[in-house]
Design a protein around this ligand. Structure first.
Ligand SMILES: Cc1ncc(COP(=O)(O)O)c(C=O)c1O
Length: 435
């Protein structure tokens, strides 16, 4: 197959001659620090393998970058409905009514639309109460800040997302309220039990992700719930990637694993299936109201723009009315793509979902794969050290309902071609780069 890309261009790229940067005489420590910290970014740009902050020229899974058509396989638009005409029409109608901002935080900038969305989410996920935040990240910060104090041990999976880590570290730095923070081995029930048994504080809040965003594996909720129950701990699940994608109706990992209604606190994000930005916490009325009246990430940040609320509400309605069909289609594509990747011999790590990291286990392999695929119109973002441990480098590959058969087959063909060219499939060392 002609891919239109020459591997030699990547393998032989050498840094261009450096022109001495003109430095101002007023160079402070922060300029020096920035220059030193950016060494790796400069090197990647010089070698033409810098892979991040690509500028999309349209929305959707099929976009262009620099005028070149690109199929995005690193998107979290898992149901492919972000750009649906109904979603856009709802956002535009809300824009006419409210414009883009409400100029304040929810305390004095709540609309009927915010409250109706919260009611709808509570109904869909089966909780008493829901509170929406301006980002998913802030939802988790808010939960942890409101729930944790000096009587609390925060128990974190060692692969926790930044919002769980940052929320915990922020809580630990709060004068007079600092909780204990403990980590358990990723997805290990035994390790979780050991931590709960040896905790120092009375109240334990266990924080896990439903689907791990980089690995595509899932928590074992029934097992974790049983352990939490035995050790009088509360489980909170960040199901940002499971909401709308798992379970027959898209109600997430709890639906898939048959424990709906049993997870005490659920967090979800609108930046994936729900087509916008924002997040939500769901739980019992008083728990959510405690967060509402205490969480600084909620109280001291502007409220979610109403066009976004309208878009999320529309996608929620789609999930309620046609969720089963949408999710089924996602699962069919996931199964097809996974089957072909496995057949070709790719290592997908521990993934069992639509998030299928293609493990390269080497920075250069991941970067070269990315560049080669990108030049052929397929975006798969490389995740390299230090974002992941050495040996865990991979391409971020998410299959969505919005990908067509042709998209998937093109991506599979290119992955095979370059997986061989860059020794991802064989696992051999990539060897010296420059002759
Ligand atoms: C597991 C997980 N939790 C939380 C977030 C944060 O969500 P948001 O992008 O809405 O801040 C993300 C997004 O990266 C995520 O992957």
């Amino acid at each position: 197959m002609s891919t239109g890309f020459e591997k030699d261009r990547v393998l032989q790229c050498r840094p261009p001659m450096r022109t001495a940067a003109k430095r101002s005489t007023l160079v402070s420590w922060i300029d020096e620090k920035a220059h030193a910290e950016l060494a790796i970014v400069r090197e990647a740009r010089e070698k033409q393998v810098y892979a991040y902050f690509r500028e999309f020229e349209t929305g959707g899974l099929h976009t262009t970058v620099g005028g070149q058509p690109i199929i995005n396989f690193s998107s979290n638009d898992y149901l492919g409905v972000t750009n649906h005409p109904r979603v856009k029409a709802a956002a535009m109608k809300a824009f006419d009514k409210y414009a883009c901002g409400l100029s304040s935080s929810r305390v004095q900038a709540t609309t009927r639309e915010h409250v109706e969305l919260e009611r709808g989410l509570a109904r869909f996920f089966g909780y008493e109460k829901c509170l929406t935040f301006t980002t998913g990240y802030q939802s988790m910060l808010g939960l942890i800040a409101a729930a944790a104090d000096k009587d609390t041990t925060l128990v974190l999976d060692s692969y926790s997302h930044a919002c769980i880590l940052d929320g915990s570290f922020l809580a630990a730095g709060t004068p007079g309220r600092a909780p204990e923070i403990r980590f358990f081995n990723h997805n290990s029930a035994r390790s979780l039990e050991r931590i709960l048994k040896t905790r120092e504080r009375k109240n334990a809040l266990v924080l896990v992700e439903g689907v791990y965003s980089l690995d595509g594996d899932v928590a074992n909720l029934p097992e974790f719930l049983e352990i939490c129950d035995r050790y009088d701990a509360v489980l909170a699940v960040d199901d940002a990637h499971g909401s709308g994608t798992l379970g027959a109706h898209g109600r997430g990992l709890a639906e898939q694993q048959g424990v709906e209604g049993k997870v005490p606190v659920l967090m979800t994000a609108f930046s994936k299936v729900f087509g916008g930005i924002g997040g939500a916490l769901l739980g019992k009325t008083e728990v959510i109201e405690m967060v509402q009246h205490n969480a600084r990430s909620f109280l001291f940040s502007a409220s979610l723009p109403v066009p976004i609320v309208a878009a999320v509400t529309t996608i929620l309605e789609m999930l309620e009315t046609e969720g089963k069909a949408l999710v089924r289609e996602l699962h069919q594509k996931r199964d097809y793509f996974r089957g072909k990747l496995v057949e070709a011999g790719f290592d997908l790590g521990a993934s069992s979902t639509h998030i299928m990291p293609v493990m390269c286990r080497d920075d250069r392999k991941a970067l070269f794969m990315h560049v080669a695929l990108f030049e052929c119109g397929v975006l798969m973002v490389p995740i390299i050290y230090p974002a992941v441990k050495q040996g865990e480098q991979r391409l971020r590959v998410n299959v969505t309902r919005g990908h067509t058969q042709e998209d998937m087959d093109k991506a599979l063909e290119l992955l095979k071609t370059y997986g061989e060219a860059f020794f991802v499939l064989s696992g051999e060392d990539i060897g010296p780069l420059e002759a």
